[in-house]
Ligand binder design. Structure first.
Ligand code: SF4
Length: 215
């Protein structure tokens, strides 16, 4: 059994509630969407086939206490991804998975922390959101909106009304589209509406502004 891997690297987690912590990233090749602002187009096709033991061997070359994040591309695009997640969880690692919200997230072991994007209209991919994922999400997961316009912001506000009642609002991340919406404008909207969501900046882009890969 193999997975197609774009890159495996050790860096600082730039997103989510875990931002700032050391993290091993496993970036899988392939994505079923084509967001207009995508910053990982190189992961659509580039990659090499690796066996499970080759992947786990490379992960083990990094500090054992580090987080592990499965990302892409879209991790659920490959059928073997749930097995990879389970292997990592069975090693007692903290495993995060970044997913675009268009595919069934319940395929992944519930011990994994899923960071689910809900695509907004500016991505031109919002019609691909799987609405059932809003019922599959667990309180320990996180939900992210990349917001480029006021219409995206209004769209995200509407989705908030459909979250399960036990889902913590502080685990909802509003992220300004990098280079398109200024963080201070998004902060202003959040404050004026009294939302309890979290303003979310991509830390890795602040630390390494001109680096596309491996961060
Ligand atoms: S889901 Fe992610 S990887 Fe896929 S096109 Fe959108 S931004 Fe790019």
């Amino acid at each position: 059994m193999t997975l197609r891997i774009n890159e495996i690297f050790y860096s600082i987690q730039g997103e989510s509630l875990y931002a700032g912590l050391p993290c091993i990233f496993i970036r899988l090749t392939g994505c079923n969407l084509r967001c207009v602002y995508c910053d990982t187009r190189y992961a659509y096709h580039e990659g090499m086939d690796m066996t499970m033991s080759e992947i786990l061997g490379q992960v083990e070359s990094y500090p054992t206490e580090a987080l592990v994040e499965i990302t892409g591309g879209e991790p659920l695009f490959q059928v073997e991804t749930p097995d990879l997640v389970k292997h990592l969880l069975d090693q007692d690692r903290t495993v995060l998975m970044e997913t675009n919200g268009s595919l069934n997230i319940s395929r992944i072991d519930n011990r994994c922390i899923r960071i689910m994007d809900v695509k907004c209209p500016s991505s031109l991919m919002h019609l691909h959101n799987d609405p059932d994922n809003l019922q599959r999400i667990k309180p320990h997961d996180q939900i992210k909106f990349v917001i480029e316009t006021q219409a995206d912001y209004a769209y995200a506000m509407n989705i908030l009304k459909r979250l399960p009642p036990d889902f913590p609002i502080s685990s909802v991340l509003f992220s300004p589209a990098f280079g398109s919406l200024s963080p201070d404008l998004l902060a202003k909207w959040i404050l004026q509406d009294g939302l309890g969501v979290r303003l979310h900046l991509q830390l890795h882009k602040l630390i390494w502004p001109n680096t596309e890969r491996g961060v």
